[in-house]
Write a protein that binds this ligand. Structure first.
Ligand code: ADP
Ligand code: GLC
Length: 484
């Protein structure tokens, strides 16, 4: 078995190209592609949300019965391929559970039956394998949404007893907390409704239970894996993680350089490379124009593309912003999520029309343009399991300004004023003052040490975080689980 190709079922709540709210979707597309390129038989399962484009889908299983704790649920399975690949992706079709506007919520309100919806996805994964007569070596689950799958595999699938499970933690800030009364509905046995498994202060914690039963668990960066083992950075999970320590590790995400490549990016008004940076200036000018800001090449643009949540550091940024905007710089921000944060960003942009541009919404194309046209990329996260945006910005010669947490500290090297080394600007304290001072530091580097700034741009653009490397680490993890 040591080098033979593996059969791997990927089960994720979002997959880029079909559904996406954040980086999980990027990973759920890129990692299967990288594993396939290494010769493995990878297949992906995800829900058929209302917004998933229907073209190219073919009916694979018109009727699949899924036994749930609340009765049998009938669904269908549609199939296509991940774009430009031979990787099959299956869509679980169930109008009531998934034919909704949102993936997890609408206007900030979580769907009240999320536990049932995603338990159903987990259970259906097992039924799909049976219906296809395809026994995976590994089921690879992601976050709380599919955390019940390792449990169902261990407790309800004696026919799949050679299949192992891997659970990847992309964001342990979301754990899938549900009322303890749902135990029966979710088929969590009474003996597993205990603190060492699913029970969490009287309620059900799907992520905690799932990581207890998975054969291997990993976080999406070594830095985050370390933080998850002690109270301040573990979102309350450190005890469960420490119990799992022997089977727990960190694997850094990669970057899809096919999609994020300034030399060939179709979303940009001009392309550029480390050797030919002229196009970056064209992108900057177009971005300033797009956001209605003065087209001043000599002023640095600080860009931000983000989900609007506390995780991303708005608690530090918002109080610091007015002071930052007194300086000769521009801030260009886009994002969607929390409406109060959006309102405050909009109000600040209105108060500083010459210095700040703001757009509320979700646009992949504009995200590429902000990455390309900015000089510094703001990512002051409170916590960051890996972070992909700072990796994209490195490739685009847009120096990340980050807090030293999780994957941010694994991917960004702090500027060294003495030598001019580094690829970005790093701060430590989670305070508006630390963020503001670091913006000031980046600004003085831009104006007073332009050679250092240029050197950092070339170094940043040369950095690579490859999915091939990550896929190799995942393959070792899979084999470890299979051999244990
Ligand atoms: P997270 O998954 O925590 O949101 P990541 O940095 O890992 O953070 O990934 C975010 C992904 O979502 C990136 O691909 C980024 O470009 C994209 N993204 C976030 N917000 C937006 C937005 N408003 N419009 C377009 N893309 C966005
Ligand atoms: C989550 C994390 C982010 C990570 C992404 C992909 O959304 O917040 O840091 O990059 O998952 O693993």
């Amino acid at each position: 078995m040591s080098n033979s190709p593996l059969r791997i079922l990927f089960v994720a709540s979002e997959v880029e190209g079909f559904s996406k709210s954040g980086g999980l979707a990027d990973v759920a597309r890129a990692l299967p592609l990288a594993l396939k390129a290494s010769g493995h038989d990878v297949r992906v399962l995800t829900p058929l949300y209302a917004s998933v484009p229907r073209e190219g889908l073919q009916m694979r299983l018109p009727q699949l019965g899924v036994p749930m704790g609340f009765g049998e649920v009938w669904c269908a399975v549609q199939e296509t391929r991940l774009p430009q690949s031979e990787v099959p992706i299956f869509f679980l079709e169930h109008e009531h559970f998934f034919g909704r506007k949102g993936y997890y919520d609408e206007q900030g309100w979580a769907y009240p039956d999320n536990a049932q919806r995603f338990a159903f996805l987990s259970k259906a994964a097992l039924q799909l394998c049976r219906a296809l007569s395809w026994t995976p070596d590994v089921v690879h689950c992601h976050d709380w949404h599919t955390a019940l799958l390792p449990y169902y595999l261990k407790t309800q699938a004696p026919d799949l007893d050679r299949t192992v499970s891997v659970l990847t933690l992309h964001n342990a800030g979301y754990q899938g907390h549900f009322p303890g009364a749902l135990q029966q509905v979710l088929e969590v046995r009474p003996e597993h409704f205990h603190d060492w498994a699913f029970e969490d202060h009287g309620s059900l914690n799907l992520l905690k239970g799932g990581l207890t039963f998975a054969d291997r668990v990993n976080a999406v960066s070594p830095g985050y894996a370390q933080e998850l083992q002690s109270p301040p950075g573990s979102h309350g999970l450190h005890e469960a993680i420490l119990r799992k320590q022997a089977a727990f590790s960190g694997i850094l995400n990669g970057c899809d350089y096919g999609e994020w490549n300034p030399e060939q990016d179709p979303h940009l008004p001009a392309n550029f490379s480390a050797e030919r940076l002229a196009g970056k200036l064209v992108c900057k000018q177009a971005l300033q124009r797009h956001f209605g800001l003065p087209e001043r090449p000599e002023v640095p643009v600080f860009g931000l593309v983000s989900r609007l949540t506390e995780q991303k550091g708005f608690g530090m940024l918002l109080p610091a912003l007015e002071e930052i905007l007194q300086w000769d710089l521009q801030v260009i921000a886009m994002g969607s999520g929390d409406s109060e944060t959006a309102t405050r960003l909009a109000q600040t942009a209105q108060a500083f029309p010459e210095r700040m541009g703001w757009w509320e919404g979700y646009s992949n194309s504009l995200a590429h343009q902000v990455e390309a046209g900015s000089d510094v990329f703001l990512m002051p996260s409170l916590y960051e399991p890996c972070g992909l945006n700072q990796i994209y910005s490195l490739r685009y010669g847009t120096l990340p300004l980050v807090r030293a947490v999780g994957g941010l500290r694994d991917t960004v090297e702090n500027y060294d004023e003495a030598s001019g080394g580094g690829t970005g600007f790093v701060f430590f304290d989670p305070t508006p003052a630390a963020l503001r001072n670091t913006v000031g530091w980046a600004l003085s580097t831009w104006y007073d040490r332009p050679k250092h700034f240029q050197g950092m741009i070339s170094r940043a653009m040369d950095k690579r975080f490859l999915w091939e490397d990550a896929a190799r680490s995942y393959e070792s993890l899979y084999r470890e689980a299979l051999n244990s």
